[in-house]
Design a binder for this molecule. Structure first.
Ligand SMILES: *Cc1c(COP(=O)(O)O)cnc(C)c1O
Length: 463
């Protein structure tokens, strides 16, 4: 009788299989050997338990499991039409931004070194003049993300005292980031005023005491209250805060430095307007509408920004050198007036329906009888412009076999993975958020999947 153990291939025989050679090239000899040993060990354990080998070839298991040897965090093609997709890494970066990040990463840099004096310098110095020039503020500081910037502002400027906020602005941003929780963490006391839909300047005025450190305004970045609503203007709040010796903090969230209304997107506040209206500190993200690397920026008056810089939390929340270099390079696009063409997020917003339509029709042709180009909407996403949409054209696939979930899963199994959206049983791919250099990959993947489906093999089991 044959021993099931003896039927197991040796590591050498597995490595000699021609299908395994590309794995060794991609992942390295050692990693593949290690994985082969692990799998053989599992086979032996399984035989020991049940008396026979699992009914699948060892080499097939090896090929499947080699997928896990890929880095966990990978590039993907975003065909969802959501420009700032938090789950897909938010803003893709401009070429100049990547190059700047690379330059300071492959070598040493003057990150905290004053080249003129030959002394210790500050990492915060590299961004400040750019931030001031672009936003019109007196001073500026950038930390790890906007959640940190808000925590630092509240911790440095309001701890142990009261912060007044409208009940309509006690929001959850996403990922469990809730304004009341952040306030509590910072050591400040929350004072709620007004109602969910209406808050007046007099509500704020009535709540102010000698314990008031600040009024906090939070932009409702991911939802919209419509109908019978009221919120005072920022300049009214600035006047009130100034008269009572309190600060006005404005958390804008996405931080548009350009006016999105030019592209038919309304309701996104602009950083420069908040500074001009008299907010003492304006807070916003680096990787939402600004279109740079992850960062949180505070721009405003010199005194409070200095207090933030000196607070111990600024050390804990500091940015790393690559992000500082990248943020500076992205801000330079704004300073030079070229953001609309150079910053990918704005380029995607500004993209015309005509150009998108041409690409959607090409993709649809790759799907044969299963695809058609159809009008749809793209969204900006990432906690900005809720309810606002851009006209777009998508490649709409009625998948072979009729299973949209399975088709979307097959797209995600491509290399690089393609992420699409499903609507009414169809799979939609929006070229607006796809770099045209990735079009060939999208077309080839669609052609392969629809070709396989047309031949009647089905997709669900084809992976
Ligand atoms: C997105 C957002 C934040 C958090 O910003 P991150 O950069 O993601 O930390 C804070 N406040 C508002 C209003 C936001 O929209």
């Amino acid at each position: 009788m044959n021993s099931p153990y003896r039927d197991l291939p040796s590591v050498d025989r597995l490595l000699a299989d021609e299908r395994v050679a590309p794995l060794r090239e991609r992942h390295g000899h050692e990693a593949v050997v290690q994985l082969a040993r692990e799998i053989l060990e599992e086979y032996r354990a399984s035989i020991e338990q049940s008396g026979s080998a699992p009914p699948v070839a060892v080499v097939d298991v090896l090929l499947t499991r080699a997928e896990q040897l890929r880095p966990s965090l990978r590039r993907v093609v975003n065909a969802t039409g959501v420009i700032i997709h938090t789950n897909l890494g938010r803003a893709p970066l401009s070429r100049a931004t990547i190059e700047a990040m690379q330059r300071v990463s492959v070598s040493y840099s003057n990150l905290e070194f004053d080249l003129e004096g030959g002394r210790r310098g500050s990492r915060f110095s590299h961004l400040e003049s750019l931030l001031c020039r672009i936003t019109g503020a007196e001073a500026g500081i950038a930390v790890n993300n906007n959640a940190s910037a808000l925590l630092l502002a509240l911790g440095a400027l309001c701890a142990g005292r009261e912060v007044i906020i409208s009940r309509g602005q006690l929001v959850e941003i996403g990922g469990g980031f809730r304004i009341p929780d952040v306030l509590r963490q910072s050591g400040a006391t929350l004072v709620e005023v007004g109602t969910t839909n209406r808050t007046y300047t007099r509500d704020y005025a009535a709540a102010m005491t000698d314990q008031t450190a600040a009024i906090l305004r939070v932009h409702a970045s991911n939802f919209r209250v419509i109908g019978f609503t009221e919120q005072p203007s920022l300049s009214e709040l600035a006047a009130l805060a100034r008269a009572r010796g309190a600060l006005l903090l404005d958390d804008l969230g996405s931080g548009a430095l350009l006016d999105a209304a030019r592209f038919g997107l309304h309701g996104e506040p602009i950083v420069q307007d908040s500074v001009r209206a008299g907010a003492d500190i304006v807070l916003f993200s680096g990787d939402k509408l600004l279109g740079g690397p992850q960062a949180g920026i505070a721009a405003g008056r010199r005194g409070p920004i200095e207090e933030m810089r000196r607070h111990p939390l600024s050390r804990a929340l500091r940015m790393d050198k690559a992000s500082i270099a990248g943020l500076a390079a992205t801000l330079e696009h704004y300073a030079r007036g070229e953001a609309e063409t150079e910053v990918p997020v704005w380029r995607m917003i500004a993209e015309t329906g005509e150009a998108i339509g041409r690409r959607a029709r090409r993709w649809s042709r790759a799907c044969g009888a299963f695809g058609l180009a159809s009008e749809a909407r793209s969204t900006v996403g990432g906690g900005s412009l809720p309810g606002e949409e851009l006209d777009s054209v998508v490649c709409s696939v009625d998948p072979p076999g009729g299973d949209a979930d399975a088709f979307a899963a097959s797209l995600r199994a491509a290399n690089p993975p393609i992420v699409a959206r499903i609507q009414d049983g169809r799979v939609l791919l929006d070229p607006r958020t796809v770099d045209p250099r990735e079009d060939m990959h999208v077309e080839a993947t669609l052609r392969a999947l629809c070709g396989a489906g047309a031949a009647g093999t089905g997709l669900a089991g084809g992976e």
